[in-house]
Design a protein around this ligand. Structure first.
Ligand SMILES: Nc1nc2c(ncn2[C@@H]2O[C@H](COP(=O)(O)OP(=O)(O)OP(=O)(O)O)[C@@H](O)[C@H]2O)c(=O)[nH]1
Ligand SMILES: [Mg+2]
Length: 246
């Protein structure tokens, strides 16, 4: 869903909402956010929830906590929703149901988080952008949660693309893989790139024996491998963004 359509849904929904959750990714708290969201929902209370804390760098999480707007919760959405988030939500309970709006980029973990909050697998989840196709209310106990398709920012960044938050075909995988190699020393290590070797897709292809017809290095397969290993959690911590100056 594009930002334009999301804005229409938000404008309609905001008068029927008690709370909103902006979901982003702890590995890239800047590129995975939708700052317009809080602007549009200024009169409703909300919180920022950063998923994938299990794949983020601990020190980066502490540093981000200092600079991100409050309230802000770091979670592994695949595990039980943390008590702090649950408590914060329940503290807003007036007359049930409490109506919560959950939005963010594609594939950040919105539906996974909703399933945790609902305590049941009510929203479909998948490891690619675009799993939730239409806005769907999930009703469970005292909570009514609106699961939304991912919202595409006007100009999605390459770091978000690297994490799989941008639908395939809308970014250059080689550029995304290079962004990973540039930002994560752990990735270069994983692909056997020595300190005296240039960090490039060519060195990944050479070390991983990814050769095409005629023996030339296959840079496309090298890029696909880097992105696949990042997204499947084989490169950890996978901290792609730190607060400014760190
Ligand atoms: N390791 C880890 N994986 C997570 C976490 N949150 C979500 N995931 C995984 O991320 C993938 C995407 O999760 P979804 O809940 O479908 O994401 P979504 O934001 O609803 O995606 P769309 O509906 O496509 O916009 C799934 O494979 C989840 O298992 C997390 O905190 N840690
Ligand atoms: Mg979803």
């Amino acid at each position: 869903m594009h930002m334009q359509r999301a804005e229409m849904v938000l404008r309609d929904a905001r008068h029927h909402l008690d709370l909103w959750l902006e979901v982003a990714d702890a590995r890239a708290p800047q590129s995975s956010r939708l700052p317009r969201l809080r602007h549009l929902l200024a009169e409703v209370e909300g919180a920022l929830v950063l998923t994938h804390v299990d794949q983020a760098d601990r020190e980066a999480v502490l540093a981000w906590q200092e600079v991100l707007p409050e309230p802000c919760f770091f979670v592994n959405a695949r595990q039980t929703a943390p008590n702090a988030l649950r408590r914060w939500i329940m503290n807003h309970m007036g007359r049930p149901p409490l109506r919560i709006f959950v939005a963010g980029l594609p594939n950040v973990g919105k539906s996974t988080l909703i399933n945790r909050l609902a305590g049941a697998r009510v929203a479909p989840v998948g490891a690619r952008a675009g799993v939730t196709r239409a806005e769907t209310w999930v009703r469970r106990g005292d909570l009514a949660i609106l699961d939304l398709p991912g919202i595409m920012p006007r100009q999605p960044g390459i770091v978000a693309a690297a994490l799989g938050l941008v639908p395939e075909g809308q970014y250059d995988p080689m550029e995304a893989a290079m962004a990973v190699l540039d930002r994560l020393p752990g990735a270069a290590d994983r692909f056997g790139i020595d300190v005296d070797q240039e960090v490039s897709l060519a060195s990944v292809a050479a070390n991983q024996h990814l050769v095409g017809k005629g023996g030339s290095l296959n840079l496309e397969r090298a890029a696909a491998k880097v992105l696949q290993d990042l997204r499947s959690g084989r490169i950890v911590p996978a901290q792609l963004e730190w607060p400014d100056g760190q």
